[in-house]
Design a protein around this ligand. Structure first.
Ligand code: 9MR
Length: 383
């Protein structure tokens, strides 16, 4: 069995982190690399390897870390050419009351990206989650349309010309709700406005920001099984219907919250999504990639990291086959902050263990998944 140190050495080749003086801590964990570490920064960074293939690569940014953690800011600037807010452009953060907006964190992220020459994805205008406490009492069938349109005009308008893309509608399909078109009927937007809220959101977004790529974003559509196949079919049918109705739509976001252990593969699923999007002239983005490692039996960290990296490699090999996928973003950069470690919901099989789903470990050292990502970028065709 390889130790983490041996794995790093093997994964990164002769000029690897392990071979560089000072980069390994006493416990064999890699330390935060210095900016002159050419093994993983500069020409060795994720963004350099991605850009060589015409790809964008980025991660979800936690506003607290951006504000308080210099190591995190350094990592972002060093590794990525696109960022997406993890939470600070959601309604519950932007809308403290029904009549006011708080753009503090969103503005900081956009300014940080501008300073460092990074693009920004907006996430998101319309979702059934992350709504503020006042929403349920203040918004009703009579005024929901005005709330939705005002929100998109105000937020989209504020950042117009600065955004690479916007997740205009997030997670609108939910097969268990039982509708033939797969629409999520439990969404307050659906309940107040009916299925037409989707077209309304996209048309309003185009008017508010004519240059951002307008994206439909969803999850659990990647694997080759019946359940995800049904959801995938419904998502593609929705996009096809929108295109037929001339709704402004530019891209499909495949969230890609995948698992370390699964009985199903994803190469057919991913290629169905990509082919479906291609037929409609849409770009495709991998928007929220991470690998839930709860089901890995061994507690050996190096082994776990290796398995996670293998899943990254398999997934990105499928996703980057062809040239439709233009951006690869992970949901967070480092295991220091991942939604999979919020509470214990995602620690069912190993309650005492924190997850390691991302390309950088909690100390911001590259994990094997980092090297898998780079390798997949290298193997991709030029966009
Ligand atoms: O990672 C996000 C977490 O911090 C928030 O509490 C949660 C609710 O706003 O959203 C998480 O991000 C989700 C994303 O916005 C949409 N796809 C699923 C992500 C993970 O739940």
């Amino acid at each position: 069995m390889l130790t983490r140190r041996e794995w790093m050495r093997q994964a990164a080749g002769v000029t690897a982190v392990a071979a560089m003086p000072g980069l390994l801590g006493s416990k064999g964990h890699a330390k935060t690399p210095s900016s002159d570490d050419q093994a993983i920064s500069g020409a060795g960074s994720l963004k350099a390897h991605a850009a060589a293939r015409g790809l964008l690569t980025g991660c979800a940014v936690n506003a607290n870390l951006l504000r308080e953690d210099e190591g995190f800011r350094k990592l972002l600037a060093e590794q990525y050419n696109i960022v997406v807010p993890e939470n600070c452009m959601k309604w519950n953060i932007l809308r403290p009351t029904a009549d006011t907006y708080n753009f503090t964190d969103a503005d900081s992220l956009v300014a940080f990206a501008e300073t460092h020459g990074m693009k920004v994805r907006g996430h998101n205008f319309v979702w059934h989650e992350a709504l503020p406490g006042w929403f349920a009492t203040a918004v009703n069938k009579g005024n929901a349309q005005k709330f939705l349109v005002d929100h998109i005009r105000t937020v989209g308008g504020r950042y117009t010309g600065k955004m690479h893309s916007w997740d205009v509608v997030n997670e609108a399909i939910w097969i268990p709700d039982g509708r033939p078109d797969g629409m999520r009927t439990s969404s307050p937007w659906f309940q107040m406005l009916g299925p037409g809220y989707i077209d309304l959101a996209f048309r309003t977004a185009r008017a508010a920001d004519p240059t951002a790529l307008l994206t439909y974003n969803d999850y659990s559509i990647e694997y080759d099984n019946d359940e995800e196949g049904k959801k995938r079919t419904a998502v593609l049918a929705l996009l096809r219907r929108m295109k037929a109705d001339k709704v402004p739509l530019d891209a499909l976001g495949i969230q890609s919250h995948i698992h370390s252990v699964s009985k199903d593969g994803f190469s057919r699923g991913v290629s169905e999504l990509i082919e479906g999007a291609k037929a409609l002239g849409l770009q495709v983005f991998v928007t929220e990639l991470d690998v839930n490692d709860d089901a890995i039996d061994t507690d050996d960290m190096a082994e776990r990291d290796k398995i996670v990296a293998e899943v990254y490699r398999n997934y990105l090999t499928a996703a980057l086959n062809g040239t439709e996928v233009k951006a690869v973003l992970t949901w967070g950069a480092s295991d220091k902050n991942t939604w999979l470690n919020h509470g214990t919901k995602f620690r069912k099989q190993h309650p005492d263990r924190t997850q390691r789903p991302l390309p950088f470990d909690p100390e911001y050292a590259p994990a094997p998944a980092f090297f898998a990502m780079r390798e997949c970028f290298d193997n991709a065709k030029k966009r």
